[in-house]
Design a protein around this ligand. Structure first.
Ligand code: PLP
Length: 397
């Protein structure tokens, strides 16, 4: 039976076309893109073509605004650290409470090691940024704001264009982690005030270990990785040519198919949500129903733990993810759902289903076939079961 992969916000499969584009750069076209001889000059146009494809996906004005990195985490780190290096006396960073650990861990480190003040803006029950708190946090000491374009757990989409304009009014730079947004919604950076943006190839059917940072022309940039003059001196290290070519091809395919993919994926996701709502009592979709990635559904099953649900689904060939992290035997619910104020007994039972263009209608049927029974059994053994703990209020849908 076909395995059902619904964990595409964790990573996607490499598109066969992407793999085919990469393969020659592991074999005959193995040259160093910086070499002056034929082996080098053979591969450097491919790096240029990839840069153009990423630029087109993002609607950036210039190829040189794209810096290739080792992925989203490096791009996020490079953006924040560059802004702080350039900050002219400004020493504060503003982020949301629901950022990815790629940012939150860096921010915690900067606070403890460099005395950087980090302001974390709360979100409401639907995962939307508290705009009053955001406005109040901006000031003459803000060096950079970093708010994600779309949340990886709930799919909630943030109003980054408005947020960037407000950051500029305070004289601060604006960066967005678009690792989950790139390829999943239209982006036209040249028409926005966004200064920097991160993306990652493996979230859009490209390879792992490669990504990009967009830096708008005119924004001063201090490299995170210092070395050779690769990437115009902005990211040292021999270019990962196969990876970059793969990212370029993946970006091109995403641009080409985005509209069709998103509509079809959105229909699958919505059918899954309707089916679950009909068949499983006491559960609710988390996130902002009006502004959400069309591929993501995070459903909190009240009075159940996510882990047994995930494991039972895995046993029948269905891959999903939970927001919980099992640390030393105690299950910690996701920081995103806790920040949204989702009650403990529901946050513990949250499962994320994330689709890609590879999913088909029968994947939804399979989940709907098995999930009601699996949730029922998980509830029967749950620490939060009816007779074991008081039930909480129904979470927001
Ligand atoms: N930011 C977000 C929102 C993500 O979802 C991820 C990956 O899960 C990252 C950053 C990190 O990207 P990478 O795995 O390319 O380092």
């Amino acid at each position: 039976m076909r395995a059902v992969y619904l964990d595409n916000n964790a990573t996607t499969s490499v598109d066969p076309d992407v793999l085919a584009a990469m393969l020659p750069f592991f074999t005959d076209q193995f040259g160093n893109a910086s070499s002056a001889h034929a082996f080098g000059t053979m591969v450097s146009p491919a790096v240029g073509e990839a840069r153009r494809a990423v630029r087109d996906l993002l609607g950036a004005a210039l190829d040189q605004e794209i810096i290739f990195t080792s992925g989203g985490t490096e791009a996020d780190n490079a953006a924040i650290l560059s802004a702080l290096d350039n900050a002219d006396g400004r020493d504060e960073v503003v982020v949301s409470t629901v950022e990815h650990p790629a940012l939150l861990t860096l921010c915690a480190h900067l606070e403890s090691s460099r005395g950087v003040a980090v302001k974390r803006i709360p979100v409401d029950a639907k995962g939307r940024l508290d705009m009053d708190a955001y406005r109040a946090a901006l000031g003459s000491r803000t060096a950079i704001v970093s708010i994600m374009w779309a949340n990886n757990e709930t799919g909630t989409v943030f109003p980054v264009i408005e947020l960037a304009a407000l950051a500029h009014e305070a004289g601060a730079l604006f960066h967005t982690d678009a690792v989950q947004a790139a390829g999943k919604l239209p982006i036209n950076l040249n028409a926005t005030p966004i200064d920097m943006l991160s993306l990652s190839a493996h979230k859009l059917h490209g390879p792992k270990g490669v990504g990009a940072l967009y830096v708008r022309k005119g924004i001063p940039f201090h490299p995170l990785i210092r070395g050779g003059q690769q990437e115009r001196g902005r990211r040292g290290g021999t270019e990962n040519v196969p990876g970059i070519v793969g990212l370029g091809r993946a970006a091109h395919l995403a641009s080409l198919h985005m509209d069709d993919d998103l509509n079809r994926i959105g229909e699958l996701r919505d059918r899954l949500e309707r089916g679950i709502a009909q068949a499983v009592p006491d559960c609710a979709v988390t996130g902002d129903p009006c502004r959400r990635l069309s591929n993501t559904s995070n459903i909190a099953f009240n009075r159940a733990e996510a882990e047994p649900i995930l494991m039972q689904l895995d046993r029948v060939g269905i891959a999903v993810s939970s927001g919980s992290a099992c640390t030393s035997g105690s299950m910690e619910p996701s920081h995103v759902l806790r920040a949204m104020g989702v009650p403990f007994t529901a946050a513990h039972g949250a499962i994320r289903f994330s689709f890609s263009r590879n999913n088909v209608s029968s994947d939804v049927d399979r989940v709907l076939d098995v999930l009601p029974g699996i949730v029922e059994r998980a509830r029967a053994v749950s620490l939060f079961g009816k007779d074991r703990a008081p039930t909480t209020e129904r979470i927001n849908s």
